[in-house]
Design a protein around this ligand. Structure first.
Ligand code: ADP
Ligand code: AMP
Length: 213
């Protein structure tokens, strides 16, 4: 099963993608996580990606598409995957579609986690991410057991640089301009499923598992 998560930054794509990946035994592939791992390791790709991410802009398609295609070619993807944060532009979606067409494959579901802009800023300012394992929390909605400490690995939780309010506003503008058109793209391909992302995260997950079966 090949699944794409669509939605604004902070809509809950990552939260749901991790739960889907676990329930259906699929790899969870987040281009944002791949970039952040590269930044942490000080790679050239990381340096370049950071210059865009810090401004709330998208990393250029050429870079992003290459890392994604390399990742989905790995062995663990042969039964499918959950893509979180990719595609974010129509050209990215077309490259993925062309690559899948070559082997007679296709995306099975594009799940749009729908959350209005006014809820997004609140969610992002409360999001905390683990510096070590990337687990995410929310100071009010999904708090860790011990403030500032990751439940899973005990490392420090931080507010991501790109989750600061001004950057989130830029990311929302970029989302509406470049990513939202993917809703029509996947609707035309008859794989789009909308879920109400304002619900409690377990209710969002229930709606998704009703769709996936
Ligand atoms: P995305 O991957 O779409 O950027 P995340 O999954 O990281 O978004 O979620 C953004 C923030 O909102 C996180 O702090 C997360 O804990 C919180 N969150 C996720 N889903 C919900 C929900 N259904 N209700 C309330 N808060 C949520
Ligand atoms: P995310 O973790 O999905 O919120 O992504 C964080 C940031 O990484 C985004 O704001 C972009 O700068 C960059 N990024 C992640 N995925 C992509 C993508 N598919 N295309 C371009 N930029 C991306």
């Amino acid at each position: 099963m090949k699944i794409i998560m669509l939605g604004a930054p902070g809509a809950g794509k990552g939260t749901q993608a991790k739960m889907i990946a676990e329930k259906y035994s699929l790899p969870h592939i987040s281009t944002g996580d791949i970039f952040r791992a590269n930044i942490k390791n000080g790679t050239e790709l990381g340096m370049e990606a950071k210059s865009y991410m810090d401004k709330g802009q998208l990393v250029p398609d050429e870079l992003t598409v290459k890392i994604l295609l390399d990742r989905v070619a790995k062995d663990d993807c042969k039964n499918g995957y959950v893509l979180d944060g990719f595609p974010r532009t129509i050209p990215q979606a077309k490259v993925l579609e062309d690559a899948l067409n070559k082997t007679g494959e296709k995306i099975d579901y594009a799940i749009n986690v729908d959350v209005p802009d006014e809820n997004i800023i609140k969610r992002m300012s409360g999001r905390r991410a683990c510096v070590n394992c990337g687990a995410t929390y929310h100071i009010v909605n999904v708090p860790p057991k011990k403030e500032g400490i990751c439940d899973k690995c005990g490392s420090e939780l931080i507010l991501r640089d790109d989750d600061k309010e001004e950057t989130v506003k830029n990311r929302l503008t970029v989302y509406h301009d470049q990513t939202q058109p993917l809703i029509d793209f996947y609707s035309e391909r008859k794989v789009l499923k909308n879920v109400d992302g304002t619900l409690d995260m377990m209710d969002v997950f229930k709606a998704i598992t009703n769709i996936l079966g």
